[in-house]
Design a protein around this ligand. Sequence first.
Ligand SMILES: [Zn+2]
Length: 195
Amino acid sequence: MKVPLPPAPGNSEHPCLALANSIVTLPGGQRVDELNSPENATAWLVAHELAPEGTGLLAYCQLQLTDLRGHLREVLESHTKGVAPDAKSLKGINRALIAVPSAAPLRYDPSEGFSRVPSHPMTQLVDHAMAKITEDAASLLTGPDAHRLAQCASTPCDRFLLRTHSRRQWCSERCGARQRANRAYARKHDKASVE
Ligand SMILES: [Zn+2]
C-alpha cells in the first residue's frame, strides 16, 4: 500500500528517511505500511532503486527490512530529541552497515574453469540494499545536515524530514495546515474555558 502523502522533505535524497517513512500514521490514527508483504517490500526496493527489476523478496527478507526500519526510526527519533539511542537499535544498524558480503566467491569447475557466483543472490540483494540505507543514515547523522533532521510535529504523524528552514517542523503542507488548525482550536478552547 502506498503512503497517501507526498514524500517528506529529504526523502528522495536519503534512502534512510525513505525507509523510516515507509510506515506512517494518518490523521485518523490509521497506520499505512508500505512494506506489509514480501511483494510490497520488493516493489518498495525497486521503486527506490535499491534492487533491480525482477527481484522477488522472501518473507525473511521483508522481516529484515522492517526490523531495520524499527532500529532506524528509534535512532533517528532519539537524535531529534537529543537523547542517547537505544543500544540494541544502534547494534541493528551497525549489523546491516557491515554485513555486506564481499564480492562473489571464486569457483573452479574442471569443465567450465573459473566463475563467480553469489551463494544466496536474493539475501545478498537485501543485504546490499540495507548496507546502502545504513551507510546513508550513518553519513547523515555524522554530517553537516544532522541538525536539520526533524520529526513531523503534526500529531499523530511521525514522519522524519530534513528541515528546509528552521521553522518548518512538518512533513507536508497537509500536516502543516492540520497543525495550524489544531493550534487555533486549542487557543479558542483555552479562551472559552477562562471566560
Ligand atoms: Zn506529517
